[in-house]
Write a protein that binds this ligand. Structure first.
Ligand SMILES: Nc1nc2c(ncn2[C@@H]2O[C@H](COP(=O)(O)OP(=O)(O)OP(=O)(O)O)[C@@H](O)[C@H]2O)c(=O)[nH]1
Ligand SMILES: [Mg+2]
Length: 282
């Protein structure tokens, strides 16, 4: 899991920045030493820390048994916070969805299309990216509130980050909270955020074998949005085979073919969202 790829070794330290319009960005520092100095937090965090590092918490020679114990500890702590998030969201009848995919499959494009379609449903968005506030800005352009989390070295959102984000964005009762995870088909599968469902986006430019190569993600997802179907005439992608591959790793998954660009299939996705919102409101 993620301890192998380097994130999640120590609890993330986050700080919050509000711009002049009140828009919030949470930035994660997952190394203790990065907080050795006081932050006022309106400076650019795009720096790469190429200065000499003091010793930090990675233990590259950790024995296998201990590494497994650390992994279990990280996931257990995450799951406990995710359960708190879930209870809190359920209490206010908020439908939380965790959108997961490889980078560039169209998560943000799908969200903007959805938010412009579902104007009658109150929504808010938590955006996860390693760097930049680009995606939050794209969401805000639709008129919907968005909070950006910059994960820094981290390759996924975790429950603690989302807890902080929920506290800051305060989703209203009977609303949808869309959480766009960091583009990555591996690590986000393991981290429960307290969502009702994970929704995987698989675009037709990625190859129909992805569900077989990254089964954890597709197994963890209730719904798979097969996106960019407007490109099907131009790419060698067998949509039926891709759908069969999803069902092979997760027979319970629902697959919807959509295009965020042309809007094809978006009605079916919106109908699914409305049905889930009804369930969340019970
Ligand atoms: N043709 C076509 N292009 C699309 C579609 N959806 C998204 N795109 C394009 O794909 C590119 C990536 O879309 P994004 O929405 O940024 O993808 P993302 O999954 O949010 O990417 P990350 O946040 O970086 O992981 C953009 O150039 C979009 O315009 C679609 O349905 N059809
Ligand atoms: Mg995006």
């Amino acid at each position: 899991m993620c301890t192998t790829c380097g994130c999640g070794h120590s609890g993330p330290h986050m700080h919050e920045v509000r711009d002049a319009d009140g828009n919030i960005t949470l930035t994660v520092h997952d190394h203790e030493h990065e907080h050795a100095h006081a932050h006022e937090h309106d400076h650019d965090h795009g720096h790469s820390h190429d200065h000499a590092h003091p010793a930090h918490s990675h233990d590259h020679d950790m024995p296998a048994g201990r590494a497994i114990a650390v992994e279990e500890d990280i996931l257990a702590r995450n799951d406990a916070i995710a359960a708190e998030n879930r209870a809190r969201l359920a209490a206010s009848h908020v439908l939380a969805l965790n959108l997961v995919s490889s980078p560039g499959s169209g998560k943000t494009e799908l969200l903007t299309k959805t938010l412009r379609t579902l104007t009658d449903i109150p929504s808010a968005v938590i955006e996860g990216d390693q760097e930049t506030t680009n995606d939050a800005a794209r969401i805000r352009a639709t008129g919907v509130r968005a909070l950006q989390i910059n994960t820094g070295k981290g390759c996924h959102l975790d429950a603690q980050m989302v807890k902080r984000a929920i506290e800051a964005i305060k989703p209203q009762e009977n609303s949808i909270l869309f959480i766009e995870n960091v583009g990555n088909l591996v690590c986000p599968a393991e981290f429960d955020l307290g969502e009702a469902h994970k929704v995987a986006v698989l675009s037709v430019t990625e190859g129909e074998d992805k569900p077989l190569k990254y089964p954890d993600m597709f197994r963890a997802s209730s719904l798979v949005l097969m996106n960019k179907i407007d490109l099907l005439p131009y790419v060698p992608f067998d949509a039926d085979k891709a759908e069969a591959n999803v069902l092979r790793v997760n027979p319970k998954a629902k697959v919807l073919r959509v295009s965020a660009t042309t809007g094809e299939g978006i009605d079916k996705w919106c109908a699914w969202l409305k049905a889930q919102l009804v369930l969340a409101s019970l």
